[in-house]
Design a protein around this ligand. Sequence first.
Ligand SMILES: CC(C)(COP(=O)(O)OP(=O)(O)OC[C@H]1O[C@@H](n2cnc3c(N)ncnc32)[C@H](O)[C@@H]1OP(=O)(O)O)[C@@H](O)C(=O)NCCC(=O)NCCS
Length: 284
Amino acid sequence: MTIADISEAEVDQLHALSIGVGWPHRAEDWQFLRQVGKGVVAMDNIGRVLGSAMWFPHGDKFATVGMVITSPRLQANGTGQWLMRHAFTHLDGYNLRLSATRAARRLYRSLGFVAEKTVYQCQGEAIAPDAPAAAPDDTILREIGRGDLPSLGKLDQEAYGADRTPLLSELLSHSKGLGIFRNDRIEAFSLCRPFGRGHLIGPVVAKSDGDAIAVIRPHVAEHAGRFLRLDTSQTDGPFSKFVDRSGLSVFDTVTTMRLGEQLVEAEDRNDHPGIFALASQALG
Ligand SMILES: CC(C)(COP(=O)(O)OP(=O)(O)OC[C@H]1O[C@@H](n2cnc3c(N)ncnc32)[C@H](O)[C@@H]1OP(=O)(O)O)[C@@H](O)C(=O)NCCC(=O)NCCS
C-alpha cells in the first residue's frame, strides 16, 4: 500500500470506505470534511482506497483528528497505526483531540492519547416539543447570519478553547443557525445541517441549560417526524433530558481523548459559555 493525500481520492471510494464500517456519512459529508480539513489515504497498487485518517486544525497549536478508518479485511494488521503515524508527520507541535470509538480506543492509547470524557451520540425520529419556541426573559431568539460570525467565533472560542471561526464560517454555509441575544450580545447559538441519515444539530454553545434548550427547540420542531442527531457530553441536566424527550435517545457513545495539553473548557455554566453539542465527532 502507498500513502496519498486525501484530495487525490475519489469521493465515491471514501464513501464506500465509511459505508464498509457502518458509518452514516454521505458523499456530501466527505466533500465537506475535505473542504475544512486535511488527510491521508492508504491505496493499494490498483488505486483502491483501503484506509483514511483526517485532521482539522484550529489555529496552529490545536487540531482534532477523525475519519480514521481501515477497511474491515485489513483491520488488526497495523494499518491504523501506520495511517496515524503519517498523520502525525503533519501535526508536529499540535495538541490533538479525537472522539474514539470502542474499536479504536486501544489504537489511540498505544499512540499516547489519554481519555477525557464520554460523548453520547443521541439520535432518532424527532418529536415535536410540547412548548412553543420561546426566548428566555430579556432576550431575543433569531436566525444568525454571516454578519454574526465575529461574535459567534468569540463566544465559541470562550467555550471551546480554540478559535474555530474558519470552520464556523464553512458550517454556516450549510446550516441554519439560531442565536440568543441579550442587549445585542450573542449569549448562545446552535447550528443545524444535513448530515448522514438526516439532520445534525451542532455545535451548540450556551451559558445555561435554559439557553441551550431555547436554541435547539426550533430545530427539533422543524424536523419533527424526521431523523435528527446531536452529539453531547452533557449528562443528567435539563438539556440532556430535553434531548431525550425530543426523541433523540442514546444510540452509541464515544470517548474524547487527547494528546498534549488540555484545552481550557469553562466549567461554571453561569458565567462562561460551554459546549452543549459537538459540530460532529470528527470536528469536535
Ligand atoms: C479503529 C480502526 C481504525 C483500527 O484500525 P486497524 O487497522 O485495525 O488498527 P491497527 O491494526 O493498527 O491496530 C491498532 C491496535 O489495536 C489492536 N487491535 C486492532 N483490532 C483489534 C481487535 N479486533 N481486537 C483487539 N485488538 C485490536 C491492535 O493489536 C493494535 O494494538 P497495539 O498497537 O497495542 O499493537 C479500525 O478498526 C476501523 O476502521 N474501525 C471502524 C471505524 C472506527 O471505529 N474508526 C475509529 C474512529 S475514532
